[in-house]
Design a protein around this ligand. Structure first.
Ligand code: ATP
Ligand code: MG
Length: 828
């Protein structure tokens, strides 16, 4: 008879449930914002685990941020009713990439304890290469080349793949050469950059089918969130991992076609008991392990958390995975190991292994085109994975009807889209409309938003439920300053990061030198910080010596102090420094890492340097150093902490504190908040001028998707702002309202009265000027605003169309909500 579905499935709608229960075969969930895509992924993992289809370490799950990965882990735990141990392969492309690379570093010419360069290091290194080529680094800036490198690596292009024309774009055709030299230099530094975290694994997979095959056997299920924002390199990496038929060599027969029939209504298949049988995990959530341990020469302190999971030893699958859908490859593998003890059905063995990949995404939320993301990846999913089940979700669970209406109407202005239906619950008359507010300048915008936040707080709303989403990070500072003045708690997410502060970077450089003696860039950074009298001449000497011998700087320093090549004074200083580093390195194994870190900063004189500093920032810097040591506590060792720092993309702040979040629209992807403030909706800022200049229509469409992402973050309240004056790069500029405002549907939007200290906004009936509702005033105000003709025409059109629609005499066109106009004395 029918069995009761497990709790975690009951809240899902039929389509969501199909996406969760169609565990075998390729699945694409293509759906709009807030329809539960991420929830489906999370539940799907819980389902796979609960039904014993796979163990945590057999699931590869890719999220867009580290934060999302952590949240997903917690939620899975809640769904399956207990701690989820393991899930070692749930993370971002980068964090999974680095893990794979550490296992096989030698295959990429690296040692397993390689360093990951941050942007600063990268730029410094490129600069050296450019100078070594005798090129003018003013004419050919390192930063430009770093961007080119990034672009190539996002496309999965190695130096040999660079087209001639592409290479010529930099330094008269030296681009490709520089790229190759850069990679060589990285190798000699035992380092890689972020792009390499995917590039190296791709090369390894391609060059070593045995390695790839191991991963094919390991990853039973692959899941990817935010699939619309994968770039080509990520796509190649995924396909290599997913297309297991190629290297397992068992390909035959086509994949079974799938349909999106909710499994709930389909008859239970024979042997599919697994779904009813919620298996408890073994104590550690991992496979019993029979001594065939995966061993790699990990450097001291680099403890690969996966090294003892025993998963390279394939389980006797029939016992843990009674589902007939479960992988041929398991059976084959098991059979191979147990030398024919197990009966293997010939037909099963020959059929092509199922590719259990599930990607979820929304083409309307593709916002990383500028960083190489290819929305096409999502559009060609069905071609890539024939027989894929495509599931659409249409019910939005996140936002009110007004928010959804506003977002949908706006995004409909894009031509390049698949188009989706979205609906939400019957609107509650109490739901507030999307607000549009006008302000005089950015200061006023920050002040007014601050006041609104305080009001909401007074009425019992948590700061944690509010976010300010900006288009450009420079907008953040005004809010930060304002909130500091007000004493309002806030956190900046993905902004100028804690780990990027000078004192933190210095301290980290010391730690890197201790853990990774080949890290020349770190050594260069601190060799004379604090000032030790080791000037440029000494550094140059060290460099020459190191180059001649082909050793790292720190080793060169150790040797050179035994020679006569240096003057006695710097020689003694350097000798002491080298001895310090040796001592610290030896202490790595025996001393608690937080104590050692503190000791390093003390003994090197670094802490003292800031204690002696009389500047206003010095106390704050000392605070930050303390905070740095505190934050290490969570990690096991100095190396694992350093790795965390290298990977961390968003500012890690205490989640306990009730605080407003400030972040860019880009980093808000996937998140949701009760109340969302969207400041800065002005032409040039949003849509951003650079996107328009460089991207043309597609640039504009990407900006519009960003606006869609912004609006759809809101659950209940969305408050948009635009101002007439904004300081951009230190200069006040008068601005005109964003065209996106014209694209919002009147029915879901309320134009707020100017309720601020500047009462200078005149009121006027909607459409009364026959121009845009936003800059209708501007049309009459030629002195202050020069509205382009196309815009006025478009605005007029919009104005009349909307005016007709909204001609009920209430709200829009009458008293309560009013047209915003500008008065001439408001020009700056
Ligand atoms: P985005 O495109 O913005 O990433 P999404 O499609 O991933 O959105 P989720 O974040 O998974 O959407 O879900 C949005 C909200 O709706 C969440 O708060 C989620 O818990 C809730 N939700 C999703 N499905 C259901 C459901 N079946 N019942 C109740 N709430 C749901
Ligand atoms: Mg999501």
């Amino acid at each position: 008879g029918p069995t009761k579905a497990p709790d975690y499935l009951t809240g899902l709608n039929p389509e969501q449930r199909a996406a969760v229960e169609t565990t075998e075969g390729p699945v694409l969930v293509l759906a709009g914002a807030g329809t539960g895509k991420t929830r489906v992924l999370t539940t799907r993992i819980a389902h796979i685990l609960a039904t014993g289809r796979a163990y945590p370490s057999q699931i590869l799950a890719v999220t867009f941020t580290n934060k999302a990965a952590r949240e997903m882990k917690t939620r899975i735990g809640l769904l399956v009713g207990g701690e989820v141990e393991g899930m070692p392969w749930l993370g971002t492309f980068h964090s999974i990439g680095v893990k794979i690379l550490r296992r096989h570093a030698e295959l990429a010419g690296l040692k397993p304890n390689f360093t990951i360069l941050d942007t600063d290091d990268q730029i410094r290194l490129i600069k050296q290469l450019i100078q070594a080529e005798n090129l003018d680094d003013k004419r050919w800036p390192a930063r430009t080349f770093a961007n080119m490198l990034d672009g190539w690596k996002n496309k999965g292009l190695a130096p040999k793949d660079i087209a001639e024309g592409d290479a010529r774009a930099f330094a008269n055709g030296k681009g490709r050469e520089l790229y190759a030299a850069y990679q060589e230099r990285l190798k000699s530094l035992n380092a890689c950059d972020f792009g390499d975290l995917l590039m190296h694994p791709i090369a390894i997979f391609r060059g070593h089918p045995d390695v790839l095959f191991d991963y094919h056997r390991r990853f039973r299920y692959i899941l990817v969130d935010e699939y619309q924002d994968t770039n080509t390199a990520q796509y190649i990496w995924l396909r290599l991992l997913a297309q297991r038929s190629a290297s397992s060599g068992k390909a035959a027969g086509g994949p079974k076609p799938r349909s999106a029939v909710p499994a709930a209504s389909s008859p239970a298949r024979e042997g599919d008991k697994a779904s009813e049988d919620i298996r408890p995990f073994s104590d550690d959530g991992e496979m019993p392990f029979d001594g065939d341990r995966f061993e790699r020469p990990f450097a001291d302190g680099y403890d690969d958390p996966d090294a003892h999971d025993g998963m390279w030893d394939e389980p006797a699958s029939a016992e843990i995975a009674p589902s007939p859908d479960r992988e041929t490859s398991i059976r084959v593998a098991a059979d191979e190991r147990h030398s024919g003890n197990r009966h293997v059905d010939k037909a099963t063995q020959e059929s092509r292994p199922t590719i259990n990949i599930c990607c979820v995404g929304d083409d309307d939320q593709s916002i990383y085109g500028w960083r190489g993301a290819e929305v096409d990846n999502i559009l060609r999913f069905e071609k890539d994975f024939p027989g894929a089940t495509v599931i659409r979700l249409e019910r939005n669970y996140r936002s009110t009807g007004h928010i959804l209406g506003a977002a949908s109407h706006l995004i409909a202005h894009n031509e390049d889209r698949l188009g989706k239906t979205l609906f939400t619950d019957t609107p509650d008359p109490e739901d507030p409309k999307v607000e549009v507010n006008a302000g005089w300048d950015s200061e006023e915008e920050a002040r007014a938003i601050g006041e609104e936040i305080e009001n909401l707080q007074r009425n019992g709303h948590n700061l944690n439920d509010m976010a300010i989403l900006v288009r450009a990070s420079f907008q953040m500072r005004t809010f930060e300053d304002r909130f500091v003045t007000m004493g309002l708690n806030y956190r900046v997410i993905g902004g100028p990061r804690f780990y990027e502060r000078m004192e933190i970077r210095d301290a980290l450089a010391y730690f890197r030198c201790v853990c990774q003696p080949a890290d020349d860039l770190a050594f260069e950074r601190i060799v004379n910080t604090p000032k030790r009298g080791l000037g440029d001449a000494t550094i140059r000497l060290l460099h020459d010596y190191a180059r001649q011998r082909g050793v790292p700087l720190i080793a060169a320093a150790g040797e050179i102090v035994e020679t006569e090549e240096m003057k006695p004074k710097p020689r003694n200083t350097l000798r002491r420094l080298v001895a310090d580093f040796r001592r610290w390195s030896e202490l790595l194994a025996s001393t608690k890492h937080t104590e050692l870190a503190e000791q390093i900063l003390e003994e090197s004189g670094y802490t003292e340097m800031w204690q002696a500093d009389r500047s206003a920032e010095a106390p704050g810097r000392l605070e930050n150093l303390k905070e740095l040591i505190r934050s290490m506590e969570e990690y096991e060792s100095l190396p694992s902490f350093l790795e965390h720092v290298a990977l961390v993309m968003d500012t890690e702040q205490s989640g306990e504190l009730d605080a407003v979040s400030i972040m860019t629209l880009h980093s808000a992807k996937g998140l949701e908040f009760e109340t969302v403030f969207l400041p800065g909706w002005e032409e040039g800022l949003f849509p951003h001028q650079r996107a328009l200049d460089e991207g043309g229509r597609s640039g504009l469409e990407e900006e519009r998707r960003l606006a869609y992402v912004g609006i759809t973050r809101g659950k209940r309240r969305v408050k948009i702002w635009f101002v007439s004056n904004r300081r951009i790069h230190g200069l006040w500029q008068s601005t005109i309202p964003s065209r996106f405002l014209d694209e919002l549907p009147e029915a879901h939007v309320e134009v707020m009265e100017a309720n601020t200290s500047y009462g200078g906004y005149g009121a006027g009936g909607f459409g009364g000027y026959g121009a845009s509702r936003w800059d209708g005033g501007a049309a009459f105000n030629e002195g202050a605003y020069r509205t382009p003709g196309w815009r006025r025409a478009q605005a007029a059109q919009a104005g009349f169309a909307d005016g007709g629609q909204g001609g009920r005499g209430d709200g829009w066109s009458g008293g309560r909500t009013r047209e915003l106009t500008y008065e001439s004395d408001q020009s700056p």
